[in-house]
Design a protein around this ligand. Structure first.
Ligand code: NAP
Length: 516
């Protein structure tokens, strides 16, 4: 039997009482470890975090909590090699893809440590200036932000076991709010190991960080009115979370990051071989293949002027043909595996669902795997689909295939292209490619209402640009509508979710005595 990964709740390591759910190496098919949360006293665990962890964190200032984040960065950096090994084994990712998750997390915590330091030795934040409530300024209203007196529960997706934890935990801990994380079962090992390293290093107060591995049963039930819940995952599970009594009846604040049909749009006038055209091709290929397309921000729909459709299909297909797929331990492999055989089946089903409305422009499914057994490994080569009638291909705008799959769609004119981008019904990100600043700016404003982030690429930012799918802590992550309606990161804006806004109405003397 493989090791049962322990849960850390109520200030101690506790094993579930069940046999556990196995975690696998998605390339070799071997069992790696098991997780189980059966029998944990979750209400007691949450109470411990809320009371002990919350009090201890709130007793510190923002600057002191930023110092805790700095200490976490050191712990994570010291154990980086072990994290890469776990990612290779449990997620089947090549080194560059593991870096997006692991180094992306460390970078994000480091950023919040820096930003938090600028907030100073305060216990609450001033929100705007005081305003007078009558004719004379003798009675005024001052808005404040105070850390919520509850826990932050994170229910995370399988594709970012490291970054998914830390991009949420950094702003929560900086805000003074204790964290309980429940990683997705398939890849829970890396999350559990990182929490273990931070707990063992003793850098956080008791109750500040807990981890529950295994089933989600009972987690939402344990939430109280001042707690918050941040969910990342599928739209189906998001709907269950939204309708849970904790949210519907106890007003637990909830943030949802769900699936998204992100697009990339080449502006009119970019001829095949132009800088803008080549930049689109490069970015599409990168987005389809990084983490085998298992990124919520990956490009799923490629919108190009009808006259360059064939040239775009050829150029993207040619680059995809050069992608080697297989065992991430082989240095010649560019793209590793999906996270599990279950995901491989889900990708195949997704391709089947799109088949009736698309044609296959490049088929990586035929290509032999490097160092991997196709009967065992969860590997699949990239597939580029196309639909000449972008309006009629409804499923392309509906079905998210969470793998190395994207669909090329032609548009008649820019208005049509923008309308197609909106057909995602709310997406995390879109990217625009061109060389005319004014046209790009207009297009950016036109697509913005249905997107959390608009990534505009011109030739002069070719080297400096941070990548369509890379979520930088400086920018908002989250999108309206189908993308879940959530908002994460965006610098210190992320702290809003973990604070409560209060208006204090008083004399200028009382307001000055607040010391903010
Ligand atoms: P999922 O099946 O919805 O699972 C997400 C999490 O919810 C897992 O931790 C899962 O636990 C848990 N869960 C399952 N059923 C639950 C329930 N009834 N109550 C509470 N929690 C429950 O999603 P996934 O397959 O892991 O992730 C893939 C999806 O996530 C994709 O659609 C992708 O687009 C989306 N995603 C979005 C973002 C973003 O930032 N917008 C980022 C990454 C991924 P178990 O694993 O134990 O079942």
């Amino acid at each position: 039997m493989t090791e049962l990964l322990s849960n850390y709740v109520a200030g101690r390591w506790q094993n579930g009482s069940g046999a556990g759910t196995p975690l696998f190496d998605p390339v070799l098919g071997t069992e790696l470890a098991r997780v189980d949360a059966t029998g944990l006293d979750l209400p007691a665990a949450f109470a411990f975090a809320r009371e002990q962890g919350g009090q201890a964190l709130r007793a510190l200032t923002y600057r002191q909590r930023a110092g805790l984040l700095g200490a976490i960065v050191k712990v994570l950096q010291a154990n980086r090699d072990a994290y890469y090994e776990i990612a290779t084994a449990n997620a089947g990712t090549v080194k560059n893809d593991s870096a997006v998750d692991i180094d992306g997390a460390i970078f994000t915590v480091g950023q919040y440590a820096k930003w938090g330091d600028t907030l100073g030795d305060l216990h609450a934040l001033r929100d705007g200036d005081a305003v007078k409530l009558g004719k004379e300024p003798v009675f005024q209203s001052q808005h404040l932000q105070l850390p919520t007196r509850g826990v932050a529960l994170f229910i995370n997706a399988f594709n970012f076991p490291s970054w998914g934890l830390w991009e949420k935990a950094a702003p929560a801990l900086l805000s003074g709010v204790p964290v309980v994380v429940k990683p997705a079962t398939a890849t829970a090992w890396l999350t559990q190991r990182m929490v273990k390293d931070v707990v063992d290093a003793g850098v956080l107060p008791a109750g500040a960080l807990s981890v529950v591995c295994g089933s989600s049963a009972g987690l939402m039930d344990a939430l109280q009115p001042f707690d918050v819940a941040s969910f990342t995952g599928s739209a189906e599970t998001a709907a269950i979370i939204r309708s849970h009594p904790a949210v519907a009846e106890r007003s637990v604040r909830v943030n949802i990051e769900a699936d998204s049909l992100n697009s990339a749009l080449l502006l009119p006038g970019a001829a095949p071989g132009s800088d803008a055209f080549n930049l689109l091709v490069r970015e599409v290929v990168r987005e389809m293949t990084v983490k085998s397309g298992q990124k919520c921000t990956a490009i799923r729909r490629i919108l190009v002027p009808a006259e360059v459709y064939d040239a775009a299909a050829e150029a993207i297909g040619a680059k995809l043909a050069g992608i080697s797929v297989g065992n991430p331990r082989n240095e010649g492999v560019r793209m590793g595996s999906l996270v599990s055989r279950a995901q491989l089946n889900a990708v195949r089903e997704g391709l089947d669902a799109l088949a009736a409305q698309t044609t296959v422009l490049h088929d990586g499914r035929d290509k032999p795997l490097v160092d991997a057994d196709p009967e065992v490994a969860a590997c699949i080569g990239p597939v580029l689909l196309g639909a000449r009638d972008a309006d009629a291909a409804q499923r392309v705008h509906d079905v998210e295939v969470f793998g190395p799959v994207a669909t090329l769609l032609p548009y008649r004119d820019l208005a049509h292209g923008i309308a197609l981008a909106h057909r995602g019904h709310g997406s995390l990100v879109t990217s625009l490619y061109g060389s005319d600043d004014a046209a790009l700016a207009q297009a950016a404003l036109a697509v913005a209402p249905s997107h959390g982030r608009v990534h505009v690429i011109t030739p002069e930012v070719a080297q400096a640009q941070t990548g369509h799918g890379n979520v930088m802590p400086m920018s908002l992550h989250g999108g309206p509508g189908r993308a879940g309606g959530g908002a994460e990161l965006g610098g210190l804006r992320a702290l809003d979710f973990y604070h409560r806004r209060t208006a204090v109405q008083a004399s200028p003397g009382v307001l000055a005595a607040l010391g903010l």
